[in-house]
Design a protein around this ligand. Structure first.
Ligand code: ZN
Length: 212
């Protein structure tokens, strides 16, 4: 998908309005107006036109969907509580990071894949990008931070800018890993820090000072 700043939509919502299923995206304030006398089954998805967030603490991973807690006051807030892997934090930063890449790194629209992001995963790695499936998995312990999600999203950027076949070990083999893995990793540590304007790259239990 071609991504250019502010050209994509943020937060998909759904309702049945006078019997018709209506889907929309929230506006910049996070609001949406559903028309009709009878508005039922309101729900919101942690999904923009670029990323969809899934709950990796269940198997299979389920898409993050939420209904209003009070039908008379249909406000939906995705907060930190009650979720593993802080999916709202991962959603917020994944959307902002694409914005930032478009505004600060590239002057023209860039080729960027639509991504499914599965957060709250239990696995040895902090994060993992699967180019063939356009999937990113994020460890449940690293969801509080944005370094890992931005790191894996940078791998997705590198793979796509280079047509899935230049920098990174894809297909995975030792020669590709040695030749090209280093620069791919370097970009993936540098850009997440530049995005935050902070040279500290954060894991849950340790930090890496890029300034050192
Ligand atoms: Zn990496």
């Amino acid at each position: 998908m071609e991504a250019s700043s502010r050209a994509f939509f943020d937060t998909r919502v759904f309702a049945i309005c006078d019997g018709d299923s209506i889907e929309a995206f929230t506006d910049i304030q996070g609001d949406v107006n559903f028309p009709g006398e009878s508005v039922l089954n309101i729900k919101a998805f942690l999904e923009s036109s670029m990323v969809t967030i899934f709950d990796g603490s269940s198997n299979p991973a389920m898409q993050l969907i939420k209904n209003p807690s009070d039908p008379l006051n249909p406000i939906i807030i995705f907060d930190y509580y009650g979720y593993i892997g802080n999916p709202s934090n991962q959603y917020y930063h994944s959307v902002k990071y694409i914005d930032w890449l478009c505004e600060s790194v590239f002057s023209a629209p860039l080729q960027y894949p639509r991504l499914d992001i599965i957060t709250g995963c239990t696995m040895p790695e902090q994060g993992k990008y699967f180019p063939g499936d356009s999937v990113i998995k994020i460890n449940h312990e690293t969801g509080m931070f944005c370094s890992s999600i931005c790191h894996e999203m940078t791998h997705a950027l590198v793979y796509n800018q280079l047509d899935l076949n230049f920098f990174s070990p894809f297909p995975p083999n030792l020669q590709n890993e040695i030749l090209y893995g280093g620069m791919d990793e370097a970009f993936s540590f540098y850009y997440p820090c530049a995005y935050r304007d902070d040279a500290t790259y954060r894991y849950p239990t340790l930090t890496i000072e890029l300034a050192d």
